[in-house]
Design a protein around this ligand. Structure first.
Ligand code: ADP
Length: 375
């Protein structure tokens, strides 16, 4: 086990021919990233496609080398160490099993390459099969082509575990599986991670999976880590508008608002400004953020901002519905009771104690509600 540290890592994929007089042609995949994954923790990396999640993993694995910056495992500088000497185990979306080898061969390969004894191999494979749980022994005798997606992924995970990795790197490990299998496999992976306490970086585009798997979440955008924290920290206390919109399903509503003369003006509506806004010395033009559960919804004229309803989505398992509509040219969604009628128009009023304010220019959070217990 080890703490993993990325210190000011810059990674450009552009080769020198691509560098023009004005600099690199493409923006960097990692733009001076600094991140600490604590010893034994599972940290999920989330962000839109192309934001640099896989590159981050590859730099930790040694499959890509940074242009500048350092990678440390504890105090050891790993930046120039070859991938095979880093003690990392990687699990990819496409399993990457050796196709001609049976499960056992896949697990043993590492030991064969390192010329370890048959006895050591057998002991390790047996111990790993036990850890992997019911039915895993059977998979050892089969070649990958005969395994289902979930089974392949179990073998791929076991192949990592058998090597006693210092660090576990998982890149969308279950996104190729169907929904049902995904749920089962993610529980299995979580159990294994808990059992081993191995420092793990887990890349996923699915924030629900990130919440389930990890101790903390890093939110990335365009090669930059925008925020790192527990789910509660990034959900209730987002650093900026991007994090606020990226985390949370359905997403937070962001509406342009003008703060003037004791009023919050949204479109044509003037709402009385809450006490704390007076005190907060906010700029005139802001972005107001309200999560679905932060709206007070009403069918009465005058109780907030009028919104034409586009649809009502019912979620029986949540005993709730989401009412969607357009406000100031942006989509807004409000949480409502499951039996909410399919009306044409509703009035939405922010519950001001749950409303966020972001700078209209920099998009930095200017105000975040302080007390998560309220939610
Ligand atoms: P993510 O995993 O978040 O989807 P990636 O790390 O794969 O993002 O990619 C980050 C950026 O780097 C993207 O713009 C992508 O096009 C670029 N990129 C990734 N791999 C390569 C590569 N081998 N060569 C050139 N550009 C790459």
């Amino acid at each position: 086990m080890a703490q993993v540290v990325l210190a000011d890592v810059l990674k450009h994929y552009d080769t020198l021919e691509n560098v023009t007089l004005t600099g690199y042609r493409n923006p960097p995949a990692l733009n001076h990233v600094s991140l600490t994954v604590r010893d034994g923790e599972t940290l999920s990396v989330v962000g839109p496609s192309g934001c640099g999640k896989s590159t981050l993993l590859k730099v930790v694995a040694g499959l890509e080398y940074p242009n500048s910056g350092k990678v440390y495992f504890d105090d050891v500088d790993m930046t120039d160490i070859k991938p095979q000497d880093r003690g990392v185990g990687m699990v990819f979306q496409d399993y990457a099993l050796y196709p001609s080898m049976k499960g056992r061969g896949n697990l043993q390969y590492f030991f064969e390459v390192h010329q370890r004894t048959q006895e050591e191999m057998d002991t390790k494979v047996r111990a790993t099969a036990e850890l992997m749980g019911m039915g895993f022994e059977l998979l050892l005798g089969r070649i990958p082509d005969t395994l289902s997606g979930g089974e392949k992924q179990r073998v791929a995970i076991a192949r990592c575990i058998v090597r006693d990795p210092t660090v576990f790197l998982m890149d969308e490990p279950i996104s190729n599986l169907d929904a049902k299998l995904r749920e089962r496999t993610r529980t299995e992976i979580k159990k294994l991670l808990q059992k081993f306490n191995i420092t793990t970086l887990y890349v996923t585009h699915d924030q629900q999976e990130a919440i389930f798997m990890s101790d903390r979440i890093a939110v990335m955008r365009q090669g930059v880590i925008e925020q790192v924290g527990t789910f509660d920290e990034v959900y209730f206390n987002p650093a900026n508008l991007f994090v606020a919109t990226f985390i949370g399903t359905p997403p937070i509503s962001i509406v342009p608002a003008t703060l003037s003369d004791g009023a919050v003006i949204i479109g044509a509506a003037r709402l009385p400004m809450p006490e704390w806004m007076h005190a907060a010395s906010l700029p005139r033009e802001v972005r107001l953020g309200v999560r679905p559960e932060g709206w007070i919804i009403s069918q009465n004229d005058g109780a907030g901002v009028p919104v034409n309803v586009s649809h009502v989505e019912r979620l029986p398992t949540e005993r709730a519905a989401f009412v969607s509509g357009t406000l100031a040219n942006t989509t807004v969604r409000a949480l409502a009771p499951l039996d909410y009628p399919q009306v044409e128009k509703v009035w939405l009023m922010p519950d001001w104690e749950r409303a966020y304010v972001f700078d209209a220019m920099t998009e930095a959070a200017l105000h975040v509600p302080g007390v998560p217990e309220l939610f």
